[in-house]
Design a protein around this ligand. Structure first.
Ligand code: GAL
Length: 871
């Protein structure tokens, strides 16, 4: 046993700790961590006295799985990050008031420990309002119904709940020794989230609330600084920070605070029906470099790994299940190249200047014409210098002559980082990192088609109008369901005496969304839904009424609850208030049913009986073989089983042929699906100009395609057994699709490309477990085109392919200096050529290392589904 005593002088944000904390000690293994002091000034975050610039990236623990965390964190560390930022998701941890869940996938303490084990710091954004495209902004929905509550304002009921949860999280972190002064990884903590965006809507109460938030946070005594993002009136000592695509002009409200960019939106999220946004590696790097050029201290990518909105966690309305975000690590955890590699090089380049950038350096700025300027940071005492030379013009490239410090070509919308102010170590527009092309490969070992069974959603009760309680009004959906289900049945009975007027009439339902299915007298009448930009809609369908009692059963479905904006928590869902009307065919007589007696039932019977869970789905349920019957019917559950695909590549379900619903693997929900939500055909382009301000509608792909056709199945959701059909897939199919084409695919590396200029070094790498197996293209000269369609230019070195073959084939990684001593230059070109390569990686080929005899420049056909859409 080892004992240490910790003596601490906790002076809020100027914390000094002497000694070491004992963290854990067992008989065999003693783990100790050094206490870490966290301090700051305007130029640096000061960790254990060391003046630091911090590169950080967001990875939200519930958007991946504990099995994925170590790999994601390793890739973040390899990518040059110092810290990981995560929110804490209140709704997951306190689904029922005072009943907490921090188990398994929700073990955020374990996530933070993993962060530390990976050698990273943590930024803990407790919120507990988080926005994050998360259901109800991360608030548990039971908050909504607490008597007297008003959310995110100076309201005693809300503040009490917020304080209890914040204190719980802080206490758990303290107990686990996770704050830096305790030897843990957490160096910063956040309270609230972007309240500045909405504060004016809350009047004076908004200001009072934000002051209370600050006091409440500070009283938690965490020994590290607290931040608030987008909060220009953040009360001292809380540091206000910037979120956006660019934050170079941001100034914290206290000149002593460090300039922090807590959300650099590295791409954007998608809603159902939207195209896929991309933010280029060049523009992402430009934004980061400009931030540090202008005095930035901490920069956090939102997101570094976006991941997946499993279950019903997606916010909204209409936020999609995939939350890829075009982040440096893609939804499945693969490197999104060249973004990941380009930013890695950028981090390394900026860190070369860390010493001089973090002192109170002498800063000079020199203009070189239109939008071009040089910023010099100099340490007068040592003579050390570091420069950023930027060109913020969105079309004009610049040639800058720095005299004895060299001449530089600075492309439009780029920043050159000059070590010692005389050597370009990085330019944000010159991308040398490799491009990875991933392919979705059919897991053929599983067989081509699955055997499906089906059962109908039991609707006998609700089609008879039988619910669990009644009200003489049309209620707001979330207030009734409290998030327990996406679905709420609204049912009423209408007595018709006069069939001559009402026999042929229509049913009109005004709903605030998001989806409506209607039945009259047990007959399915039809379905309608809103869109991400128009949630409310009027449903109107012809119906036939009979003499006497007619039963109207309406099933309203939600697709994620609002997560953003002033009073977002009050946004209505469902048929609240209606009106619901019958309109006689004559069109002159209407019957308003809005104040009739409505019967309600929360959720589906199949949900209550756990049809989605193989442990329960067989209990008394008749599953029928799918043949000609059984498909194309709304409200149907489908079931199949399949083997686990071999290997370690990420697994996806291709849900083409289905409409809308939810999918479960072995009882775990992989999220809502909606492949019939197709993006429109306008404004996608093959080319994306990185120059000029980025916006989420700038570089789009996926026109005319389902917003999401493929759904991530984390490997940990599958059984280890690859020999038998040990996995059960269950679908709730809402609008009558056909599962026959549903299949399992794996995401594997297709090929790797890179383009490198003369004098530089080609550095390429296959993912772990794979090696270079084949050259699809290699040309040193003036190659044309882009990855997947490279072509030889007017000249090339004849040994291009053999040089690459010798250096790379059979290896996981290789590097080749692009010089005239490496490549024979046939006199046509000078030393200004470029090397372009495309290689295949293959770990499954038993003859790895054998060079397959492909003719150079011959175009290889990639696996069936072809490369991922690329810009
Ligand atoms: C910010 C918010 C994040 C996320 C982001 C957009 O406003 O703080 O949580 O919602 O926008 O992805």
């Amino acid at each position: 046993m080892i004992f240490f005593l910790a003596r601490e002088q906790n002076n809020m944000f100027n914390l000094r700790i002497n000694g070491i904390f004992l963290i854990a000690c067992s008989t065999l293994l003693c783990a100790i961590s050094l206490a870490t002091t966290v301090d700051y000034d305007a130029n640096a975050i000061i960790i254990n006295g060391e003046r630091r610039l911090i590169m950080s990236g967001a990875i939200h623990y519930p958007r991946s799985t504990p099995q994925m965390w170590p790999d994601l964190l390793k890739k973040a560390k390899d990518g040059g990050l110092d810290a990981i930022e995560t929110y804490v998701f209140w709704d997951l941890h306190e689904p029922v008031r005072r009943q907490y869940d921090f188990s398994e996938d929700l073990d955020f303490i374990k996530f933070l420990k993993n962060v530390q084990e990976a050698g990273l710091y943590a930024v803990l954004r407790i919120g507990p309002y988080v926005c994050a495209e998360w259901n109800y902004g991360g608030f548990p929905m039971w908050l909504h119904n607490l008597p007297g509550i008003q959310l995110r304002t100076d309201n005693a009921v809300f503040k009490e709940e917020m304080k209890i949860f914040t204190t719980k999280i802080v206490t758990m972190c303290k107990e686990a020794g996770l704050f830096a002064p305790q030897g843990g990884p957490i160096i910063l903590a956040q309270i609230e989230n972007e309240y500045g965006d909405v504060i004016s809507s809350y009047g004076e109460a908004g200001n009072a609330y934000i002051n209370w938030c600050a006091q409440m946070a500070v009283s938690q005594n965490v020994g590290i600084p607290w931040i608030m993002c987008k909060q220009s009136n953040a009360p001292s000592p809380i540091i206000n920070t910037c979120n956006g695509y660019y934050c170079d002009d941001f100034k914290p409200n206290n000149p002593k605070s460090p300039k922090m960019f807590t959300e650099n939106w590295i791409g954007w999220f998608q809603k159902w029906g939207e195209k896929r946004p991309h933010r280029t590696a060049e523009d992402s790097a430009f934004s980061v470099a400009r931030f540090f050029q202008n005095g930035g201290v901490l920069q956090n990518y939102y997101m570094y790994h976006g991941g997946t909105n499993f279950g019903r966690t997606a916010g909204g309305p209409y936020i999609m299940t995939a939350y890829d975000y075009d982040a440096p690590l893609d939804e499945y955890g693969n490197l999104n190249q060249p973004k990941w590699g380009h930013l890695k090089k950028l981090h390394a380049a900026i860190k070369l200047g860390e010493k001089v950038l973090t002192i109170n350096a002498t800063i000079t700025e020199k203009q070189y014409g239109d939008s071009v300027y040089l910023k010099t940071y100099a340490n007068q005492a040592t003579g050390e210098k570091f420069c950023f030379l930027s060109n913020a013009h969105n079309s004009k490239d610049a040639q800058v002559d720095l005299q004895q410090d060299g001449k530089y070509y600075v492309p439009a919308w780029s920043v050159s980082i000059l070590q010692d102010c005389n050597k370009e170590v990085f330019n944000t527009a010159k991308v040398e990192a490799q491009t990875n092309v991933y392919v979705k490969k059919l897991a053929t070992e599983l067989g081509n088609t699955f055997t499906w069974t089906w059962t109908s959603e039991p609707v006998e009760d609700t089609l008879q109008g039988v619910g669990t309680f009644n009200a003489s009004e049309l209620l707001e959906q979330k207030a009734v369901t409290v998030g327990a289900s996406d679905y709420l049945w609204y049912m009423t009975t209408v007595l018709i005496n006069d069939t001559s007027t009402w026999k042929n009439s229509s049913l009109q339902v005004n709903t605030t969304g998001h989806v409506l299915h209607a039945y009259v007298n047990g007959q399915y009448i039809g379905t309608q839904w809103g869109t991400h930009d128009k949630l409310s809609f009027i449903y109107e369908k012809p119906i036939s009424l009979k003499q006497g009692a007619n039963i109207i059963s309406l099933l309203s479905g939600t697709v994620g609850h609002a997560h953003y904006g002033a009073f977002f928590d009050m946004a209505t869902t469902g048929i609240v208030g209606g009106p619901v009307k019958l309109i006689a065919s004559s069109n002159t007589t209407t019957l308003d049913l809005s104040k009739s007696s409505w019967s309600y039932k929360v959720g589906l019977n199949g949900e209550a009986k756990k049809f989605y869970d193989p442990k329960f789905s067989s209990n008394g349920v008749q599953w029928n073989q799918v043949n000609n019957v059984g498909t194309g019917k709304p409200m149907t559950w489908y079931k199949t089983s399949f083997k686990t695909p071999e290997g370690t590549d990420p697994v996806v379900l291709d849900l083409i042929g289905l409409t809308k619903g939810e999918a479960w693997i072995n009882g775990k929900s992989i999220g809502r699906y909606w492949p019939t939500m197709v993006a429109d055909n306008n404004s996608c382009s093959d080319k994306c100009d990185y120059r000029g301000n980025y916006g989420a509608d700038k570089c789009l792909s996926g026109c005319g395609e389902p917003s999401q056709r493929f759904y991530h199945v984390p490997r940990s959701f599958l059984n280890n057994d690859t020999n038998t059909n040990s996995n059960t897939l269950i679908l709730f199919e809402e609008m009558g699709g056909n599962p026959i084409n549903v299949c399992v695919k794996t995401i594997t590396i297709g090929s790797i490309c890179a383009t490198v200029g003369y004098g530089k070094t080609l550095e390429i790498k296959c993912p772990d477990g794979k090696t270079f197996s084949q050259i699809a293209f290699a040309s040193y000269g003036n190659p044309q085109g882009k990855c997947g369609s490279f072509q030889v230019g007017v000249w090339e070195s004849s040994d291009s392919a053999s040089v690459i073959e010798n250096a790379c084939i059979g290896k996981q990684s290789c590097s080749v200096n692009v010089t005239s001593s490496t490549f024979k230059i046939n006199n046509q070109g000078g030393n200004d050529g470029q090397l372009a390569v495309q290689l295949l990686c293959d770990g499954s080929d038993p003859e790895i290392g054998r060079v397959q005899k492909v003719k150079n420049h011959e175009k290889l056909s990639l696996n069936e589904s072809g490369p991922e859409s690329e810009l």
